[in-house]
Design a protein around this ligand. Sequence first.
Ligand code: GLY
Length: 318
Amino acid sequence: MPTGQFQPKLIIHGGAGSSLKGKGGVEAVRQSLYAVIQDVYALLLSGASAEAAVVRGCELLEDDPRFNAGTGSVLQSDGQIRMSASLMNGMAQRFSGVINVSRVKNPINLAQFLQDSDDRILSDHGSAELLRELQIPAYDPLTELRLQEWILERQGNFSKEMAGVVAEKELVTEAGRGTIGVVVLDSQGRLAAGTSTGGKGFERIGRVSDSAMPAGNYATAHAAVSCTGIGEDIIDECLAARIVVRVTDGLPLSEALARSFLEAHQHNRDFGAIAIDAHGAIGWGKTSEVLLAAYHDGDRIGDTLELPTGLQTGASDG
Ligand code: GLY
């Protein structure tokens, strides 16, 4: 039983895209997501804070090589892995994150450390310095599968001038929409959101993902949202902040999602989002074909893995 007065709520995602092919199929993804849901929900029932539960969920998803974050991150145009992650504490309304960090197992841990720092968002150089300062051991998140994907995609393209440093649109793979995210309402009624990614894959060096921006990850005391999909589309809609502000201004979560995703559909955007509001409503939306999300509403575990393709939104009652 929860130790506080609220029934904890949890929703997580492992990306969005046009198929589940590269991720081992529906059942394999479901198994991965449900294992994380069970672990994090047990933590919430033991009284963990929303922030701690978000960090735990992000760590588990970053450690699963199926998803494009932490171990299993995709390679950029020059064959390097650069990851981004952010954490937002809704009660404190405080954002922290790292952009394009390398050689670390769990980028979300850096975002968590930065919650209590004066300088709360670090780019590549600052993140590397912080890793050294905290004496976090170097870790190579590369998997054989990601290396082979990169080699395959690059075949026949090395003759192009600048091939090593530019992103070529036709080479952006399914992993390009991959991200992980966790949104929580804890037993004290506190909200938090976390998002982590290896980026689009094959992107230009220095490209900045939405995952470490309030466009991709945002929370107040009223609502919390994590996004996944094409980062540039998420930034253009300022999606996470847009949904959260609508709820903060009094719209029900279901309506905030429906409006935001209808606008996104009209703008031909390709992404998804997960959300929880302060009343405990759990919601999601997508314009992409699939959204790899799963949730625990206090009574049962459910998911969005087999929704019809294209524009869809949904929210439970709070
Ligand atoms: N949404 C992940 C990215 O585009 O980097």
